[in-house]
Design a protein around this ligand. Structure first.
Ligand SMILES: Cc1ncc(C[n+]2csc(CCOP(=O)(O)OP(=O)(O)O)c2C)c(N)n1
Ligand code: SF4
Length: 492
């Protein structure tokens, strides 16, 4: 098989039959009559076969008609969300450097929702070949205007034609990529007529050859017919591409640095010892490191514990949860901490979910909790339902009256802000709450050793967080102690 002759018959790189395809017909591709996807599939399959890389090829196709590639190519296959193929491709190519990564994307996908990921991957010269199907519209969803829709072109969402004054000019992807240093090969072809398809075949083969030789980033843009959505016959759409699209998107090679780019080697993936990684990420601090065998044997730790902290931005809600998660981490629990806040970081709603467990935590999502800390009435209204029937609620007394709770639930109020203000730093209110929690757990749930350890590990966590601000460490410890004393006096 040469790289120039169009081959009859089906490449071995395609499934035979197309079992993954839904419906009774398993022998034919299902693209609309006259669609360019099937042509490009054929060219890519033949190139993969020719260069003998089927076994190790990973074909990444995102949302759009591109995604159907999964039905047809018998190689590694990843279907990804809209626009995400170059990002997933980057991960695949770096994590498994022995693989050959193909990103196969439509124009809505690549030049709109996924443009940043695409251009960044091109700029980094990721080891992948990108096939970009430019059919001048969003095909799968019924023919809306795409970034590549021509000026004055009528689409579902530009019924009077694309207006460049309001919609801008079509995006010239190859030319933009040609402004970058890293890419090795860039060519624009058209899937219209035998002569153009033969040229397209050569370009596809070059991009796949570069892939095999691990030369870096190659891009082939294919002007591709979508007769159904452009409401044209197959002949009309080919003419539209040949006469109109190619005026705006001229065909030809923009760059070929394949010859001067040395073939790359498979980089040896470094194997890291997980314990070393842990050490690097979480440097052990002096005084920390007691194992679960010596402390934290209280019964409450036998089960996974879920905590919701909620209030508004600026109250230290996220850092309260973070400190709790840090405390648990320092005592070798598995932890997750998941923040959630409105668009405005200060003053908007803020909450976070913390899970601590001796076992692996499958998901950081919390929809029912053992402990709810509510620093505003709105936060209680929003998350109150999540508190378990035997859960603990801590609320800020300056924000609300004592809320009613279910019979098995325990409720404790603390004016944390007043405590923090007395100490001279309103931001320490969250440490006062953690102090109150120390008193509550000490009274109801922790062994005396674990209660003492709670104080100790709080100091470790807060010292670690503010290691460059000793004064803040002192203020937080003072707030913690004050919160603990105040709650203890309520509990006698
Ligand atoms: C995040 C997200 N946004 C929007 C969609 C809806 N959607 C599905 S396909 C598509 C357009 C695909 O067009 P294009 O990338 O040009 O590929 P074509 O179908 O033309 O080959 C859109 C917008 C989606 N699935 N996911
Ligand atoms: S909608 Fe367009 S791109 Fe999608 S299969 Fe049909 S012709 Fe091809």
């Amino acid at each position: 098989m040469s790289t120039e002759k169009v081959k009859f018959g089906r490449s071995k790189v395609f499934f035979d039959p197309f079992e993954r395809r839904p419906g009774p017909i398993k022998t034919n591709m299902h693209y609309c009559p006259g669609c360019g996807h099937g042509i490009l599939h054929k060219l890519i399959a033949e190139a993969i076969e020719y260069y003998g890389i089927q076994e190790n090829t990973v074909f990444i196709a995102p949302v759009g008609c591109a995604v159907f590639a999964y039905y047809y190519f018998n190689c590694g296959s990843i279907s990804v969300p809209h626009g995400r193929a170059p990002a997933v491709g980057t991960g695949a190519s770096r994590a498994t450097p022995e693989k050959y990564v193909i990103s196969y994307q439509g124009d809505g996908d690549l030049a709109a929702i996924g443009f940043n990921e695409f251009i960044q991957a091109a700029n980094r010269g990721e080891r992948m070949s990108v096939f970009f199907v430019n059919n001048s519209n969003y095909g799968m969803t019924g023919g809306q205007m795409a970034p590549t829709t021509l000026p004055n072109q009528v689409t579902m969402t530009s019924p009077y034609g694309r207006n460049v004054e309001t919609d801008g000019y079509p995006v010239k992807v190859c030319e933009l990529v040609n402004a970058l240093e890293a890419p090795v090969y860039i060519e624009r072809v058209a899937l219209t007529g035998t002569a153009n398809i033969i040229k397209a075949r050569k370009a596809v083969f070059k991009a796949i050859e570069n892939l095999r030789d691990r030369k870096g980033f190659s891009l082939v843009e294919a002007l591709s017919p979508c007769p159904v959505n452009l409401k044209m016959t197959a002949e009309q759409v080919n003419e539209f591409i040949d006469t109109k699209m190619t005026k705006y998107f001229p065909l030809g090679m923009l760059r070929d640095r394949s010859a001067e780019t040395p073939a790359g080697k498979v980089p040896e993936a470094p194997v890291r010892d997980p314990e070393d990684v842990k050490q690097l990420l979480f440097t052990a601090k002096e005084g920390s490191g007691e194992g679960p065998a010596t402390v934290n044997n209280s019964e409450i730790f036998n089960e996974e514990r879920r905590i919701r902290v909620s209030g508004f931005g600026g109250q230290g809600i996220l850092s309260l949860g973070h400190t709790l998660a840090d405390m648990a981490r320092l005592r070798h629990f598995n932890v997750s901490w998941m923040p959630s806040y409105g668009p405005e970081q200060r003053g908007g709603s803020a909450s976070c979910a913390v899970i601590l467990s001796r076992k692996a935590i499958p998901s950081p999502l919390v929809d029912s909790c053992d402990l709810l800390i509510a620093m505003t009435r709105a936060a209680l209204d929003k998350f109150g339902y999540q508190l378990k029937d035997d859960g603990i609620l801590i609320y800020d007394t300056s924000a609300m009256e004592k809320p009613a709770v279910k019979p098995g639930q325990k409720v404790f109020g603390l004016d944390a802000l007043a405590i923090a203000n007395r100490i001279g730093n309103a931001k320490c209110a969250n440490s006062a709450v953690l102090g109150a929690l120390a008193a509550i757990l000490g009274k109801f749930a922790l062994t005396p050793e674990d209660a003492a350890d709670y104080r100790k590990v709080f100091t470790e966590a807060i010292t670690e967080s503010f290691r460059k601000k000793p004064q803040v460490v002192e203020q937080n410890i003072a707030a913690f102690n004050a919160g603990c004393d105040e709650m203890s006096s309520q509990l006698v």
